[in-house]
Unconditional design. Structure first.
Length: 144
């Protein structure tokens, strides 16, 4: 396995923040993010909507294996250099009930959490950037 595709919801602020965090982490495996209901997602993994990717993250490996829910979150941790050991530890049977509950709570409440924490989606950030006033520059010094 060389690449993992993470099917996520770019309309969710928490999901967008997780993407930024994971992309910044040093990784042992390449990771790409794909909007779960995009045409490309359907082409590459046509069952993603049936599997409930709109409610829970789905991770697809380039060798055809896939994970969903708590297993997908642990797979995301597994890709990182710093948190790989945590992925193994949290995958232990003693922690599975806790991990499943935590992931379920996050997944079920991700939009509410995003709103409460004022986490912006990719589209909201793009809109905010486009709405910034044009800078007026004179002599190499810009003022807004």
């Amino acid at each position: 396995m060389k690449t993992l595709t993470i099917f996520y919801d770019p309309r969710c602020g928490l999901c967008a923040k997780f993407r930024v965090w994971l992309e910044a982490q040093p990784k042992r495996v390449a990771v790409e993010f794909l909007d779960y209901d995009s045409a490309e997602a359907l082409r590459r993994f046509s069952d993603s909507l049936v599997l409930g990717a709109e409610r829970d993250v789905v991770v697809l490996a380039d060798d055809g294996r896939w994970w969903q829910g708590s297993a997908a979150w642990l797979t995301c941790l597994w890709t990182t250099v710093q948190y790989r050991d945590w992925s193994f530890r949290l995958a232990a049977p003693v922690f599975q009930p806790f991990v499943k509950k935590a992931v379920h709570l996050l997944s079920e409440n991700r939009l509410t959490i995003s709103r409460l924490m004022k986490l912006r989606t990719d589209a909201e950030l793009a809109t905010a950037i486009r709405s910034l006033p044009v800078a007026k520059c004179k002599n190499g010094v810009c003022h807004v």
